[in-house]
Design a protein around this ligand. Structure first.
Ligand SMILES: [Fe+2]
Length: 409
């Protein structure tokens, strides 16, 4: 190593190189390009023809070149280095001329030969917060001049810039990895959650021999009507779940009562009519990510005229989700065969709804329900969700005619 002479032009050149490097490593370019151009700047500054930036992999306890220039060697190969060598480099944290450095030769042992293939003469550690991220290797200057103290100090400053860049990249990689890990976990939990809800819906429907698929249909109808009414996102998702679980209280009702073809006794009525409250008691113990699921189950048999059950709520005091559910629940019951009667046609069921607006059904829900069906029949909806579930095939003129008799809501 030679002593320095003061050269103003060289100082300005090097300061510029340092500034440019600082700019480069903080740029938004992709990581590989940043590392590559950083190496080229360092090599250009020190007139080196061969160089590499190595990354230390603490799990593999080895280094490998992530970018190199003027090197014929296979840059993908991993060069093992031992823990003492890593510790020594972290403690040193300054560039070193490996040719004349005894500790390096001893500690790096077999790695010295492998680094020789990269033409390594000067090694500059890349250290952040006492962690070895890797190092830069440079060969001799092609002018044949020795590295001066000043060169080593400049290389040290440049290494710190590059180390920070490597460090923030690895932090980012860790963050991305953690994010994708959490995302996978969240998705698997979510699918378990949804599968459980669907299993419950299937169990509810299995109790009633006639209403197979009722919970799924109510859920789909509810979401379609809610969207038509401008309820979207998580609120619509809550309605979908509420629809699937609205009759969960029926799990506690005797199956023979649910499937009875003859009229019910008073006690049987009491038992079957308890299902909204039983459902509420079950669902209110579950911490759903959506609001009001338990209330939807509780209030899906309320009526705007206050004669429903269990709370005898009136008009707007019935949650909007429950008002939607009440209508589509009744519609599905009417259009499904029951033990004691044949199903109604679509037009007949719509007629029933129209005749009971204000008493049993909310006027603000009935029209959006028909509007969804009209749009689907007219082919205005990309993925129809209601009409594929209906048993009648509908013409646009029929639906439009039925809608004409409806209040605007
Ligand atoms: Fe019900």
């Amino acid at each position: 190593m030679t002593h320095d002479s003061f050269e103003p032009d060289r100082l300005i050149f090097n300061l510029n190189a340092l500034a440019e490097l600082g700019e480069e490593v903080t740029s938004q370019k992709d990581f590989q390009r940043v590392v590559k151009s950083s190496l080229y700047m360092v090599m250009g500054t020190f007139y080196s023809s061969r160089g590499a930036i190595f990354r230390y992999d603490c799990e593999k306890r080895s280094v490998h070149a992530i970018v190199s220039k003027g090197v014929a060697s296979d840059s993908d190969s991993f060069i093992p280095i031992n823990a003492e060598a890593v510790e020594w480099m972290v403690g040193l944290n300054e560039p070193v001329d490996i040719k004349s450095n005894g500790p390096f030769q001893t500690l790096f042992g077999p790695a010295v030969g492998a680094l020789g293939e990269f033409g390594a003469r000067i090694i500059a550690p890349l250290v952040v917060k006492d962690e070895l991220l890797g190092f830069i290797s440079l060969n001799e200057k092609f002018s044949g001049e020795e590295f001066t103290h000043y060169d080593m100090r400049l290389l040290s400053a440049m290494s710190r810039h590059i180390a920070v860049s490597l460090h923030s990249h690895s932090l980012l990689k860790k963050l991305v990895h953690k994010y994708s890990e959490n995302k996978d976990l969240y998705e698997s939990l979510q699918s378990i959650y949804y599968n459980t809800i669907h299993a419950f819906a299937a169990a509810i429907d299995a109790k009633d021999a006639y209403t197979n698929g009722h919970s799924n249909r109510v859920s789909s109808y509810c979401v379609a009507v809610a969207r038509e009414m401008g309820i979207t996102g998580e609120a619509a998702e809550g309605i979908r779940i509420g629809g699937l679980l609205h009759d969960i209280g029926k799990l506690a009702v005797d199956k023979t009562i649910i499937n009875k073809a003859t009229s019910l006794t008073t006690n049987e009525y009491i038992e079957i009519n308890s299902h909204p409250v039983v459902g509420y008691e079950i669902l209110s113990k579950i911490k759903f990510p959506w609001k009001g699921v338990a209330r939807m189950a509780r209030n899906h048999h309320e009526r705007p005229d206050g004669t429903g059950y269990p709370d005898r709520l009136k008009n707007d005091s019935i949650p909007i989700e429950a008002r939607i559910m009440s209508l589509v629940d009744a519609f599905d019951a009417m259009t499904t065969d029951r033990p004691y009667r044949r199903r109604l046609s679509f037009a007949e069921a719509v007629g029933e709804i129209r005749d009971n607006i204000g008493a049993q059904f909310d006027s603000g829900v009935a029209r959006p329900f028909l509007s969804v069906i009209r749009k689907e029949v007219a082919g205005e909806v990309y993925h129809p969700t209601v009409t594929p579930l209906l048993r009648d095939s509908l013409s646009l003129s029929d639906v439009t005619r039925l809608m004409d008799g409806f209040p605007a809501g």
